[in-house]
Design a protein around this ligand. Structure first.
Ligand SMILES: Cc1cc2nc3c(=O)[nH]c(=O)nc-3n(C[C@H](O)[C@H](O)[C@H](O)COP(=O)(O)OP(=O)(O)OC[C@H]3O[C@@H](n4cnc5c(N)ncnc54)[C@H](O)[C@@H]3O)c2cc1C
Length: 366
């Protein structure tokens, strides 16, 4: 396994992006993380990106998120060209929220194609029913839409490998962080060393480092459903949805899943929120198959929002979303040779390329 100038731990969206940026900049980099398991019965660590769709958009409720998304989106085509993997479908976005105009004005300031719609315009164009009178309805056109997070991860790893990075299918189980070079113990029993190490470990945070960096791990459920034919749907974000058991929700319109089915996905934050404390609880949540009850609420919301469509429940699945207290990712150095980049706050996928680049800058400047 040997020695590398840089080791990136975590083959997720931020880690694979950071590895690509580091390799492109000429650094000797190894990317260490498990490949996605076929099912969730085995050992973790699992991830926040084992999925077929993520909302991408420039409009944002806080300006930095818009800036990071715009920078990332501008590089999607280049990543797709280099890797040969297309992961972006610009089908547009609808936001239903009392303060939807704020997100759109941040988007407009960054050059996004945004406009406001009436309830009737939304229903005529998409079939979506806006049933909360306080909601304002905002539309963002292309490049807003869907990205496939698995495909983006694979594209980044291919680009990183083309630029000389080594991808290793393993899990870091121990860190001798006071040593120089830093020494990592892997689940396989091997050890690796590096001058600098970047931990992009998603919801697993800094646990393997033995450092307490606060990260709220929301154990969530998603629902997959089939729709009868109808108008093409955009991605959707809805604040305070019309369901007492849900605080916010989003959907990704039907995309092709690995089993060949076209499925819409809906997810969100439930009331009360289910929060995990450590790696074992995250792993148990993935093995548990998620919450039937939370799935019921999400399915009812889907039926409410699409009253003219036949919606057939297909499956529910577990996922984990990690939030920092500040609402932006932790991209910080914990020593001269170790940095961390995690805490995507439910919004990190679309912006992961820029977050990976910022993580590289932080690591190299520490
Ligand atoms: C259901 C759901 C919907 C979402 N929707 C959106 C959306 O619409 N738009 C959006 O922009 N974002 C969305 N997000 C958020 C987005 O997916 C995350 O912010 C993003 O995946 C975070 O990337 P990451 O690299 O930090 O973590 P991950 O993608 O989870 O990657 C972390 C990786 O680290 C690995 N790892 C952990 N510990 C170790 C270890 N000790 N050794 C080696 N490897 C390790 C894990 O296996 C994992 O592969 C959503 C998240 C979820 C769960």
């Amino acid at each position: 396994m040997g020695h590398h100038e840089v080791i990136v731990v975590g083959r997720g969206l931020i880690g694979s992006a950071a590895a690509r940026h580091l390799a492109d900049a000429g650094h000797d980099v190894a990317l260490v993380g498990p490949i996605e398991p076929d099912d969730y019965r085995g050992a973790g660590p699992f991830s926040s990106h084992f999925d077929q769709g993520r909302v991408t958009r420039i409009a944002a409720f806080e300006e930095p998120w818009g800036t990071w998304a715009k920078a990332s989106i501008e590089r999607y085509a280049e990543i797709a060209r280099r890797s040969g993997i297309n992961f972006h479908d610009p089908v547009g976005l609808v936001v239903l929220a009392e303060d939807a105009e704020r997100a759109m004005s941040i988007g407009a300031g960054l050059g996004a194609d945004v406009s406001m719609l009436t309830t009737r315009e939304l229903r005529n164009r998409t079939g979506i029913a806006s049933v909360v009178p306080e909601h304002r309805i905002a539309w963002e056109g292309a490049p807003a839409g869907v990205i496939n997070p698995r495909a983006l991860r694979d594209a980044q790893v291919i680009c990183a490998s083309q630029a000389g990075a080594t991808a290793i299918d393993d899990v870091v189980v121990g860190v001798q962080r006071d040593e120089q070079p830093v020494s990592l113990t892997l689940r396989s029993g091997h050890t690796m060393t590096a001058d600098r190490v970047l931990f992009c470990t998603g919801a697993y945070g800094a646990e393997v480092l033995g450092i307490d960096i606060p990260l709220q791990k929301r154990l969530r459920t998603i629902i997959l459903a089939e729709l009868d034919p109808g108008p093409e749907l955009p991605t959707l974000i809805i604040d305070n949805p019309p369901h007492p058991a849900l605080e916010e929700a989003y959907w990704v319109p039907p995309v092709v899943w690995p089993n060949g089915k076209h499925l819409i996905k809906i997810g969100g934050d439930s009331i009360p929120m289910n929060v995990g404390t450590d790696a074992d609880q995250i792993d148990d949540w993935f093995r548990s198959g998620a919450s039937e009850q939370e799935g019921d609420a999400l399915f009812e919301l889907l039926e409410t929002l699409l009253p003219d469509r036949l919606v057939t429940r297909y499956a529910h699945k577990p996922c984990v979303v990690s939030y920092t207290p500040a609402g932006v990712p932790h991209i910080t150095s914990v020593s001269d040779s170790i940095s961390v980049a995690f805490g995507g706050c439910g919004a990190g996928a679309k912006s992961s390329d820029e977050l990976g680049r910022l993580a590289m800058v932080e690591l190299l400047s520490s």
